[in-house]
Every structure is written in structure tokens, then in C-alpha cells.
Design a protein around this ligand. Structure first.
Ligand code: NAD
Length: 439
């Protein structure tokens, strides 16, 4: 598949102006032949990668060229899934660069741990691939910005795995907010309230034989393997994850930011959070309250605020929904559950429109494929993903230092606090091939 260049003017984000569909101002890479099969590779068929795989093998318009994992067992299972679906033989590789080097590959799905998202996505885009990358798009703010820049420079479609953006009832809820039905939405709130497990305490040990742990670490600082990092528990460690605010939280933070209609990072971030419940090796807060403010022009009516709450030790739901977002307007309120629906309330809590449904991963895949074939920005465009992930990073930084941050969204720097500003970036393994240039 060949592509044609994007018009620079189309790069401006119009997310505040309407639904995601209406934001598609860009003309992205257009397929030469609309009915071509899309040749793809899937990197990281673990928990979420396997969900992608099982959806993708049902599609008739995809040719599976590669699956890639550093865990031999997961790699073999993924190859078997493709073969069983009659789409093989697929090439099973350990090193993602094999996929990037193959000119016949049009697009990759990246479902690795977070510390690999931007390094892998940047390499993929530089190699000419369109990218579907899991949320949170970045491990830190600087990497996210570099990915946005390279995606724009190379005119590639980069879709972030916040599939609520392609979910009908969520899009309907955003339309309601945009219609003014609940007045001006001055404040929104996202919450992550669920019961997580205790990861215990561990000592370094040898990694299992099936895992190439050095490649798993990749550009992250060299660390010893611990049994409670895998599977999936890497997300609670600073070097690899973004905590639960960047894990399940980012879905709702993204919806809350989208509905609030803000298209930059905030200028002020106040947050408190630490471990109130889990006595284990998790490094991120299990309890967190964060407030983000956008001053607008400073006038009454133009300021916006987003609140995030997290208690991941709750065997009950909050405000009717385990995870969700609330929009507080001057005439009413809209409550939205992450995987269930929404309810509008008018003055005196008069019930209004109600919506239901469940999160639609295939629709999000379809939107990505449509943008590759027909042009346009995807619904969870990389810039949207970068902005929402930035909130999670800023909240975590504010909690680590226990102080309010003043942030300059234009420079993407924390002002007047050199210590906190260092965490806008991260440390890398020196000289590793996947360290993005410019970090
Ligand atoms: N969109 C969603 O709803 C959703 C849900 C769950 C997870 N996720 C995201 O998906 C990602 C993966 O999460 P998970 O729970 O599946 O984790 P996981 O640890 O189960 O899976 C990650 C996989 O990536 C592999 N991997 C690691 N480094 C690699 C490399 N260099 N090359 C190839 N493969 C590599 C691992 O071996 C593993 O199989 C995370 O970013 C997470 O936030 C998204």
C-alpha cells in the first residue's frame, strides 16, 4: 500500500468542536487500492494483545504477516491462533525490528508494556508503518510528544487503544454535552474504583527460560527480574508502567477530558495520593485524588477543571459505575459508566436521556483501518492520547513530590520545579537501539 501526504493545515486538532467523527480534519495516508488486504504485524500478544488478535483474525481484510513476542510461550500461542483461523503461516519473531524492516507490512498493533509503547511506535512510524498502540500512549510526556511529531512528519495514522472513543453510547454522550443539553460543562470527574490484587514482596530471581527478559526491558534501565513484575504486574513499577491512573484510569480521564472540551494539557495540577491499602511492592498510589485546571482567559465561565479519584481497593462501585466519568454542567449533569451506559440529569435531578452499551473494540479497529484506507484522523488520534496520558503523568509526578505543579502546555515543562520537571522525561538504558532520538 502506498500513501499520499497529509496537508499540514489539517493537523490542527478540533476535538473540542464536535464528535470525534467531526474532528477528522486531516487527510491521512490514502490507500491506492481501496480493497487491498492490509498486511499487519502484532507486537505483544499478552493479555490485551490476545484480545486484539482474536478480533483481528475474524476480519476478512487483513493479512497476518507477523506476530512478535519476547515470551516464547506467548509467541507460540499467538502463531497458533493465526494458523487455526486459517490465516497462516504467520512469521513468529522475537525482535520487532524484523517487522519494521519488512516493506510489505502496512500497519502494526503494539500491545507491549507501557515502557515500550513510544519507542516501538516511533520506530514503526519511521519505518513507514501505521500504528495502533495501546494506552497509555506514553510512559512519560516527552516520549509522547516525540511520537506525535514523528506521526505528523511521516503522515501516518496512529490510533491509541482508548476504544471508548469508538463506542456508540460514549460518542452519543459527548454529542449531548456538545449540544448544550446540560449547559456549560465547567467541571468533569473521572474515577477508577475497583478491587485490585496484592502483588506481594519479592526478591530478584532468574527470569523463566521462555522469556528474553533483556529484550523485555529494552530501552528501560537495566533491572533484575522479579516474579511479581510479570505477567501484567509491571504496570505498578515506575520503570515500566504508569500506575492504575494510566492503566484503567486513562480510559475515563480521556473521556472526561474529551467531554470537558479542553485541547491542551492543564496549567495547574494538584494531587495527593499514596498507598493506603496494599502492603506490597507496588510503587504507584492505590489511593489518589487529582485536580487539573485550565485557566482559559481567566474569566468566569471560561475556566475548566477535571477531577480524578482512585481507590483500587473498593469491592463496590461508585456513583452506580465501577469506573466512569461525570460531567457537571450549569443546567444538568451526565453520569457515564466505563462499560455500561450513561444517564443525563436536569435541574433538580430530573432524569433525562439514558444510553446503554458496551465498549466496542472492533469498532475502534475499524476506525483505524478506515483511516488508513480513506484518510482522516482516527478517533483516538495520537495527539488526543498524548494529552490524556499527560494528565496521568502529571498527577503521578505531583503525588511523588506532594506538591502542586505549574505546567506550561506550550513547552510541555513543569515551571519553577526542576526536581519535578526531570520526570517529564525518564532514564533510559544507555545506547539501546530503541531509545528514541531527542529524548
Ligand atoms: N485498551 C484496553 O482496554 C486495554 C486493556 C488491557 C491492557 N491494555 C494495555 O495493553 C498493554 C499490554 O497490557 P497487558 O495487560 O496485555 O500486558 P501483558 O504483560 O500481559 O502483555 C504484554 C506482552 O508484551 C510482550 N512484550 C514485552 N516486551 C516486548 C517486546 N519488546 N517485543 C514484543 N513483545 C513484548 C510480553 O511478553 C507480553 O506478552 C498495556 O499497555 C496495557 O495498558 C489495554
Amino acid at each position: 500500500m502506498t500513501t499520499r501526504p497529509l496537508d499540514r493545515r489539517t493537523f490542527i486538532s478540533h476535538a473540542a468542536a464536535g464528535t470525534a467523527a467531526a474532528t477528522l480534519a486531516a487527510t491521512a495516508a490514502k490507500a491506492d487500492a481501496k480493497n487491498d488486504m492490509l498486511t499487519i504485524g502484532l507486537i505483544g500478544p499478552g493479555g490485551m494483545g490476545t484480545s486484539h488478535l482474536s478480533n483481528l483474525v475474524r476480519r476478512k481484510d487483513i493479512r497476518f504477516a507477523y506476530v512478535c513476542d519476547v515470551d516464547a510461550n506467548r509467541l507460540a500461542a499467538a502463531a497458533k491462533t493465526v494458523d487455526t483461523a486459517g490465516l497462516g503461516p504467520v512469521k513468529a519473531v522475537k525482535d520487532m525490528r524484523t517487522i519494521f524492516d519488512d516493506k510489505s507490512v502496512d500497519a502494526v498493533w503494539i500491545a507491549t508494556p507501557d515502557h515500550w509503547h513510544c519507542p516501538a511506535a516511533i520506530l514503526a512510524v519511521q519505518a513507514g508503518k501505521h500504528v495502533y498502540v495501546e494506552k497509555p500512549v506514553s510512559h512519560n510526556i516527552r516520549e509522547g510528544r516525540l511520537l506525535v511529531d514523528v506521526a505528523r512528519k511521516q503522515n501516518k495514522v496512529v490510533q491509541v487503544g482508548t476504544q471508548s472513543r469508538s463506542t456508540d453510547y460514549v460518542m452519543r454522550a459527548i454529542d449531548i454535552l456538545r449540544s448544550g443539553a446540560i449547559g456549560e460543562v465547567l467541571v468533569s470527574k473521572a474515577w477508577n474504583s475497583q478491587l485490585r490484587g496484592n502483588i506481594g514482596h519479592s526478591q530478584p530471581t532468574s527470569p523463566p527460560d521462555n522469556l528474553d527478559f533483556d529484550l523485555w526491558l529494552g530501552p528501560a534501565p537495566k533491572r533484575e527480574y522479579r516474579a511479581n513484575m510479570l505477567p501484567g504486574r509491571w504496570r505498578w513499577w515506575y520503570d515500566f508502567g504508569v500506575g492504575d491512573i494510566g492503566n484503567d484510569g486513562v480510559h475515563d480521564v480521556d473521556i472526561a477530558r474529551w467531554g470537558l472540551g479542553v485541547t491542551t494539557q492543564p496549567s495547574t495540577v494538584a494531587a495527593l495520593g499514596s498507598k493506603f491499602f496494599f502492603d506490597d511492592d507496588q510503587q504507584f498510589p492505590d489511593t489518589q485524588y487529582c485536580v487539573f485546571e485550565w485557566p482559559g482567559d481567566g474569566k468566569v465561565g471560561h475556566k475548566r477543571q477535571l477531577i480524578f479519584e482512585q481507590r483500587i481497593w473498593s469491592p463496590y462501585v461508585q456513583e452506580g459505575y465501577e469506573n466512569g466519568a461525570a460531567f457537571y454542567g450549569t443546567k444538568g449533569m451526565l453520569l457515564l459508566g466505563h462499560s455500561s451506559g450513561f444517564q443525563v440529569f436536569g435541574p433538580k435531578n430530573q432524569p433525562g436521556e439514558k444510553g446503554s452499551g458496551s465498549v466496542d473494540l472492533p469498532a475502534h479497529h475499524q476506525n483505524f483501518v478506515d483511516c488508513i484506507r480513506n484518510g482522516g484522523r482516527p478517533r483516538a488520534d495520537v495527539e488526543e492520547g498524548h494529552l490524556s496520558a499527560s494528565l496521568c503523568h502529571l498527577a503521578n509526578i505531583a503525588c511523588r513530590f506532594n506538591r502542586t505543579l505549574n505546567f506550561d502546555p506550550k513547552k510541555e515543562q513543569i515551571l519553577g520545579d526542576d526536581e519535578a520537571n526531570k520526570l517529564v522525561r525518564r532514564q533510559y538504558r544507555e545506547g539501546h537501539w530503541a531509545v528514541p532520538k531527542g529524548v
